[in-house]
Design a protein around this ligand. Structure first.
Ligand code: C2O
Length: 276
């Protein structure tokens, strides 16, 4: 992917730039040429990133000539996953990125509430316990409605969403993992700490695979209910597929990940009994 010419929409650079285009005002809303489009801070957060990863994974599979290829998820909601996974740390690997916080390399344990975006969790000297408490809070306590978990409605013509529109998981652990991973010596905490550059770090895709997995857990294990609003279900995005052809996809067609051809490994969920 990194070796493809940047003119190829399947190249790593263009795939990373998909994030920039959808997050840094690259598009205006259809019919509202003065309103920028944004896929964060609203109910588009989960479905946009699911479709984004779906095509990224298909492209990898095509280039690898392996249609069973599956993106790994960074399992930072479980103690054994609470540091940058080894596969991303080998400097000769294409999964490596030098623009990361050098004080956060293994064995440093991630802070899932880095920047303290979520209040009301008692400090715990043990970072692992604190992270499990944070997960419980964001997946259960602060996630009792579709609006609270998935983000606020965002319809044609609506103003650019502000951070108050974010759902619980987008607020944390999603943003903290970005900010904790990015390099504070860079102007915008590149790569992971800023929209335009985040997906230039290969760990982005493993981070978002876990966010996507948490969405499935909320629905399948915790009984979370999705929106039934047609404005959500009919929202659409354009991506390039593995044949480098543009395709339009709708939110309603990604809600069941098994229909997209994948499930997540059924592993222990240690925060389920970590009520703060
Ligand atoms: Cu589109 Cu993790 O951000």
């Amino acid at each position: 992917m990194k070796q493809l010419p940047t003119s190829d929409p399947r190249s790593f650079m263009q795939q990373a730039d998909v994030h920039c285009a959808y997050c840094n005002g690259g598009y205006k809303q259809k019919g509202y040429s003065n309103v920028s489009f944004q896929v964060h801070r609203s109910w588009l957060f989960f479905p946009f990133h699911r479709w984004y990863l779906y095509f990224f994974e298909r492209i990898c599979g095509k280039l690898l000539q392996d249609d069973t290829f599956a993106l790994p998820f960074w399992n930072y909601d479980s103690p054994s996953g609470m540091q940058i996974p080894a596969m991303f740390n080998e400097s000769s690997s294409p999964l490596y990125d030098r623009l990361r916080n050098q004080d956060h390399l293994p064995p440093v344990v991630v802070d899932l509430n880095w920047g303290s975006r979520v209040t009301g969790i008692s400090p715990d000297k043990n970072q692992i316990n604190y992270n499990l408490n944070l997960m419980y809070k964001q997946m259960i306590t602060n996630a009792t409605t579709p609006r609270l978990f998935m983000g606020q409605p965002y319809r044609a013509g609506d103003e650019y969403p502000t951070s108050s529109g974010s759902g619980s998981i987008e607020i944390a652990p999603h943003i903290p993992v970005h900010a904790w991973t990015g390099d504070p010596k860079q102007h915008f905490m590149e790569n992971m700490g800023t929209f335009y550059a985040a997906a230039r770090d290969p760990i982005f895709y493993a981070h978002h695979a876990n966010i996507d997995r948490l969405w499935n857990i909320w629905v399948n294990n915790l009984g979370g209910k999705l929106f039934s609003d047609p404005d959500w279900l009919e929202s659409s995005f354009v991506f390039y597929n593995e044949e480098a052809k543009p395709v339009t996809v709708k939110v309603k067609d990604c809600l069941d990940s098994t229909r997209l051809g994948y499930v997540y490994e059924d592993i222990d969920i240690p925060w389920l009994d970590a009520k703060p």
